[in-house]
Design a binder for this molecule. Structure first.
Ligand SMILES: *Cc1c(COP(=O)(O)O)cnc(C)c1O
Length: 378
């Protein structure tokens, strides 16, 4: 029998979350962001739940190939554009749209031989200072691109640095509006946080282009996977999102501790009184963060409990004291939900676990280890 750990991808939750995003941006088309192997969910495993999107956006040519291989004939966008001239040939062959964020990418396009002009997304650096043309150089880049026979439609995009917190998007959105004023083309601005927290409909935006810009294409990632972009200010539940990934395993041993006994490497946890614990087949080599201290929430048979002691490579321990029924019997241990949905329907948000480990839900889902078998559920 394989180790009892497995991840489940919930197709219905992906559909639900996509619909939730559409509700927040009713006038926009939706790029489902599937970079990083669909945030760890697996492009193939997530595809059925996300095929209702208007396009797929990702970074990697190999991932683009996989999306085409699944039969997707709609738009695919490379969020970082191409990395070398050769990549443009694949863009032509697979009909990929690509971001243009620097002069080198325009140079490459200018020397690319193609009969079919490319759809590109010209990126403005509105203050994130990762990729994109500065406001001073943006229009010159547009003019240069627009003169190339290799280029078809030019769309305009930016990416906000503070959509998930108090600074918000107003200043960067206003800058985008000023820089792109009068330029034709579709706009793409909002990630999950901007889509959920800073709703702008086309009708709001019309008439006051200096203040607001409607996104023709929104770019949600984390929200479609059912995690809140701005936890703990809002939870996934607050946003009406459902977990798309469950990480579950089983108890493979129990220990009865007397007061003063310690648990795990480094003896970081010491029982203050008699305690029954369960050993779970899940460790940091499965993608469960070692940084999660004692007390991190976990579900045992769908009931909330906590971890005890350090997470080791293949195992961690949970408190069973209040859970008389839980343990190992006849070869079948109790179900342990590390995050996601338990069999009884209870939910443990990935964001809560992430926070306990000092990180964010994004990192946990992306770090799901290859050794964990993934199954797809309706
Ligand atoms: C990853 C990414 C997104 C999605 O961000 P979320 O916070 O997961 O919604 C959107 N746009 C760009 C350019 C990205 O790289």
């Amino acid at each position: 029998m394989p180790r009892p750990i497995h991840a489940t991808i919930h197709t219905e939750a992906l559909r639900h979350n996509l619909a939730r995003v559409r509700l927040a941006a009713p006038d926009a088309r939706v790029w489902a962001i599937v970079k990083a192997n669909a945030y760890g969910h697996g492009i193939e495993q997530a595809f059925e739940g996300l095929r209702g999107a208007d396009g797929f956006a990702l970074l990697d040519l190999e991932e683009a190939r996989r999306v085409r291989h699944l039969g997707w004939r709609g738009p695919i966008l490379l969020l970082e554009g191409v990395f070398e001239l050769r990549d443009l040939e694949l863009c032509s062959r697979l009909d990929l749209w690509h971001t243009v964020h620097c002069d080198q990418q325009i140079d490459m396009l200018a020397s690319h031989k193609t009969n079919v002009p490319h759809r590109v997304f010209l990126k403005l650096n509105a203050g994130m200072n990762r990729l994109g043309f500065t406001p001073q150089r943006y229009r010159a880049a547009w003019t240069r691109l627009n003169a190339l026979p290799q280029v078809d439609e030019i769309s305009l995009m930016t990416h906000f640095s503070d959509a998930d917190s108090a600074p918000g998007v107003a200043a960067q959105m206003a800058l985008f509006a000023i820089v792109t004023r009068d330029l034709p083309g579709e706009r793409s601005l909002s990630n999950s946080a901007a889509t959920l927290r800073h709703r702008v409909s086309a009708s709001d935006a019309s008439g006051q282009p200096d203040a607001l810009v409607a996104s023709d294409w929104v770019r949600p990632g984390i929200a479609i996977y059912g995690s809140a972009p701005d936890f703990p200010e809002h939870s996934a539940h607050d946003w009406g999102l459902q977990p798309a990934m469950t990480l579950a395993s089983k108890i493979i041993a129990t220990q009865d501790l007397v007061a003063g006994s310690s648990v795990g490497y480094g003896s970081t946890f010491v029982a203050q009184q008699a305690l029954r614990i369960g050993i779970v087949a899940c460790g940091y080599a499965d993608g469960y963060p070692r940084a999660c201290p004692s007390g991190t929430p976990v579900l045992v048979n769908g009931v909330r409990s906590r971890t005890v002691g350090r997470v080791s490579m293949d195992m961690l321990a949970v408190d069973l004291t209040a859970l008389d029924q839980a343990g190992v019997g006849a070869g079948f241990g109790s179900e342990v939900t590390l995050w996601g949905r338990a069999s009884n329907g209870s939910v443990l948000g990935i964001d809560e676990v992430a926070r306990s480990g000092g990180t964010i839900g994004y990192e946990l889902m992306c770090a799901l280890a290859p050794r964990v078998p993934v199954q797809v559920a309706d």
